[in-house]
Ligand binder design. Structure first.
Ligand SMILES: Nc1ncnc2c1ncn2[C@@H]1O[C@H](COP(=O)(O)OP(=O)(O)O)[C@@H](O)[C@H]1O
Ligand SMILES: O=P(O)(O)OC[C@H](O)CO
Length: 561
């Protein structure tokens, strides 16, 4: 153990266990950690269904999300009892979650008013256009100074605005004061603490920092931001720190257990990887891929397309720590697409075998801009492309190109991070579901030109939530002064390609990215891409000139008469 978060010593007869709900975009897990060793005692995991009602729309069922959490808690607790522990050994529970995903529900019935709109969803593209048009200079970065984020389809306030504008049920509930908004953490805590019977409507600073409604300096809902999006504060949850008692479990076999940690999943991974010092960073490869870099108490405004976000606030009276974040929308989701849409693999893990059967992509590049491009481009109208195809190209090259895409995008994040902060990483700490893929890790080291460090325990997201819950005031079974050792280092992947090859491949990747840009709007009326006046002006000019000509002719005729 070294020096920032260690479990406190425990009594062998009454072990201190901490539960962590990890509600991700693709699956839900419940892990139970031993607070003395920070090791996983047992866990249960279940996939979560994506609902795709229209092109570009991605939803999940809030009730299914809640049920998946309950099932995971029950199954993992059953395992625990099977191992000779008691449920009362679980002293507290933390929650970590996919961020930005937006849920609205009815205060009186407790029922969702709409499906959860997932962070990847693109339906708000036109809402984004009209919001940007409201800003001086039509500037998507206009609100960055307040909330650290650009105006794009990704964040919750834009999704909530869309719901208020497009769902009569939601609009009516908001008018009647029945509408409650929350990210997945809020929805879960409200339900798990009793829903209509005393449920707590709360969120933590990390999740709130992804809504676009919280002021990053004051850590409270901001009047200017709320009025920009036209959102009434009475629908919003109370913002709390990431580590304090929010309420007690009212459901499942864990009834009565304190819920005392909430962190957005990417921030939780930062905590789980013990990135407590300025300059420490981690990259998590799940459905998407997210690089977070601890900037301490400094709010760094990005000039390179990164996001400024709250990293954590581990206690009500503790200061918030901030991070710069690079977000990639499609990472593991690209592998799921190969599995579900192309059918070229039957499980995500199989992509490694398939891609290993070729030694390169032979010039094939895959830009998975299914939800546009996030950092550093923020192009809503980019769309996925596979290019460089020849008659020689087969599914193995495409599988390998899908893995390379994640690595190239990560390289672009690191470059942006360097531009913003001068931080040049000498190694990259990684975690998340995709990191079990050793080929991916090797390609990543090759493309970055630095070592990639994969911990023995890649569940750092859940561990972060357990640390937040276990160290909360009133729980106190985890001490933050000491570093967690259980994640350890399992493998280090070193670069094996030449600098020239790295430069050449990155250049081709960037060329491929350029070709994916504006695909959604290309060939259509250029209205969406160019904006209202750019499109209307030539028409007005033409019809205006034509009208003037006619008028002149009429006047000339009447003069002659
Ligand atoms: N061996 C693997 N190779 C590549 N991708 C994988 C592998 N195993 C899982 N994945 C991908 O990782 C994602 C799941 O990772 P996880 O961390 O559980 O995601 P989330 O937290 O977003 O639910 C899925 O998108 C899946 O396709
Ligand atoms: O589901 P993940 O782990 O890819 O994380 C999703 C992010 O929180 C979205 O911002």
């Amino acid at each position: 153990m070294s020096d920032t978060a260690r479990p406190a010593a425990t009594d062998v007869d009454s072990p201190n266990l901490i539960g962590a709900v990890d509600q991700g975009t693709s699956s839900t897990r419940f892990l139970i950690f031993n607070a003395s060793t920070a090791e996983v005692v047992t866990y249960h995991q279940t996939e979560v269904r994506h609902i795709l009602p229209k092109e570009g729309w991605v939803e999940e069922d809030p009730v299914e999300i809640l049920e998946s959490v309950k099932v995971c808690i029950e199954k993992a607790t059953e395992n625990l009892v099977g191992l000779g522990f008691k449920t009362t050994d679980i002293k507290a529970l933390g929650i970590t979650n996919q961020r930005e995903t937006t849920i609205v529900w009815d205060r009186t019935t407790g029922k969702p008013l709409y499906n959860a709109i997932v962070w990847l969803d693109m339906r708000t593209a036109s809402t984004v256009q009209s919001l940007i048009r409201k800003t001086p200079g039509e500037d998507k970065d206009y609100l960055r100074g307040l909330c650290g984020l650009p105006i794009t389809t990704y964040f919750s306030a834009v999704k909530l605005r869309w719901l208020l504008d497009n769902s009569e049920v939601v609009r009516k509930a908001a008018e009647d004061g029945r509408c409650m908004f929350g990210t997945v953490d809020s929805w879960l805590v409200w339900n798990l603490t009793g829903a209509t019977d005393g449920g707590q409507h709360v969120t933590d600073v990390t999740n709130a920092s992804r809504t676009m409604l919280m002021n990053l300096s004051t850590l409270s809902w901001d009047d200017q931001l709320c009025s920009f999006f036209g959102i009434q504060k009475n629908v919003l949850p109370l913002i709390k720190s990431s580590s304090e008692i929010y309420g007690k479990m009212a459901l499942t076999s864990l009834k009565g257990v304190k819920i005392s940690g909430i962190l957005g999943d990417q921030q939780a991974a930062l905590v789980g990887q013990s990135c407590f010092k300025v300059g420490q960073a981690k990259n998590t490869y799940g459905t998407g891929c997210f690089l977070l870099y601890n900037t301490g108490f400094n709010l760094v405004e990005s000039k390179s397309g990164l996001l400024t976000t709250v990293a954590y606030q581990l206690g009500r009276n503790k200061p918030a720590v901030y991070a710069l974040e690079g977000a990639i929308a499609i990472a593991g989701a690209g592998v799921q697409w190969l599995r579900d849409n192309l059918g070229i693999i039957s499980s995500s893990a199989e992509v490694e075998t398939l891609a290993s059967e070729v030694d390169s992509t032979h010039g094939c590049y895959f830009v998975p801009a299914f939800s546009g491009l996030f950092c550093p481009y923020w192009q809503n109208d980019a769309r996925g492309i596979i290019c460089g195809l020849t008659q020689f190209t087969n599914k193995k090259h495409i599988a390998r190109a899908a893995l390379e895409a994640v690595c190239f995008q990560t390289k672009e994040l690191l470059d942006a991070m360097y531009k913003d902060s001068g931080l040049e990483l000498t190694s990259l700490r990684v975690d998340g579901g995709m990191t079990s893929n050793s080929l991916l890790m090797q390609i990543q080291a090759d493309i970055l030109g630095i070592s990639v460090v994969r911990p023995a325990m890649t569940e750092s997201t859940a561990l972060g939530a357990a640390i937040a819950a276990g160290s909360a005031e009133g729980v106190g079974v985890w001490r933050l002064e000491q570093e967690v050792s259980s994640i350890g280092t399992s493998d280090v992947f070193e670069p094996t390609i030449s600098l020239q090859e790295r430069i050449d491949r990155l250049a081709r990747w960037k060329e491929a990215v350029q070709r994916s840009m504006h695909w959604e709007t290309a060939g259509r009326s250029s209205y969406l891409r160019l904006g209202f006046w750019d499109t209307l002006a030539p028409g007005l000019y033409m019809w205006g000139s034509f009208g003037l000509m006619l008028l002149a002719k009429l006047i000339a005729k009447s003069v002659h008469r």
